[in-house]
Design a protein. Sequence first.
Length: 354
Amino acid sequence: MRLDEFDYQLPRELIAQYPLPQRDASRLMGLHRGSKRIEHGIFSDLIHHLDPGDLLILNDAKVLPCRLRGVRADSGGKVEVLLIREKEQGIWDVLLKPGSKLRRGQSLALAGGRLQASILDEGKRSRRLLRFDLDGNLIEVLKEWGEMPLPPYIKRDLTSEAEPGVKQLDAERYQTVFAVHEGAVAAPTAGLHFTTEVLGMLRSQGVRIAHLTLWVGPGTFQPVRSEQIGAHSMEAEEYLIPPSTAEEIHACRGRGDRIISVGTTCVRALESAASSEGGKGTVRPGAGVASLFIYPGYRFKVVNALLTNFHLPRSTLLMLVSAFAGRELCRRAYQEAIAHRYRFYSYGDAMLIS
């Protein structure tokens, strides 16, 4: 299967640069796999698409404000650091910019000189291992100095004082209302549309709600570089499925009701957990690592419906959605979304595939 089969042309003005004032005012496309029907509404209409007994699964990972700015100690040149995961005390796997100029042994001054760091090792492209020299808690420093790691297609100056309050806006809105477990470097964006009121209405209607945690990593934005997509390897992401969620899934399957994944991150966690159990669809609780690459031809074991945003061309996320909806139906839905001027990507609109 070729990479160009997942390409499409998107007018630049349809890439959402800001969230809407109200989370649940986003548009919602309903995509029905059986009838091939497409319908249009707003996100707060979700209550009319779900039935009592349906199980909605949310990713409660919390995004760290893990982008830091600073300078090289030797030259004063500007640098940008994206923290990914702490490997051991004070040592972090990071992405550095400009990566090609930052080598082992160089020192950095970050967060207005509050942090000193040195490069321990070099990985592929911009990946580095960084040691922080700090007395205290780095997470607390991030909460004061760090920026939310907005994706690269949001083309605005995140540090600009010409837009007062924009940093605080992103700190609130690039985070779901149910986020709990810190450590993600990107938001599970399908969950950004939910409000506590929408969740309350769903519960009152008899929809079951459960949580898991998949700490989204930079692999979310890694391009597929091989022309034959089967040669691509996904970057592993850690997940945790609580016992209560595994029990809810088992009970839902027993009732014959639907398991609805909110976002591709939940799909990857659930399907990875099922694959680790021999592919029988059983989801056991506990920690795991999701490195499963889902593209057309994959047979889903757990998920019956998917709530998701609109994704970049040639991306692994679009390939997963195409696997779930079918390539032709997915292509038609994207064409219709463009024709109806939907907002795309992280701060954009949503689609429910059932």
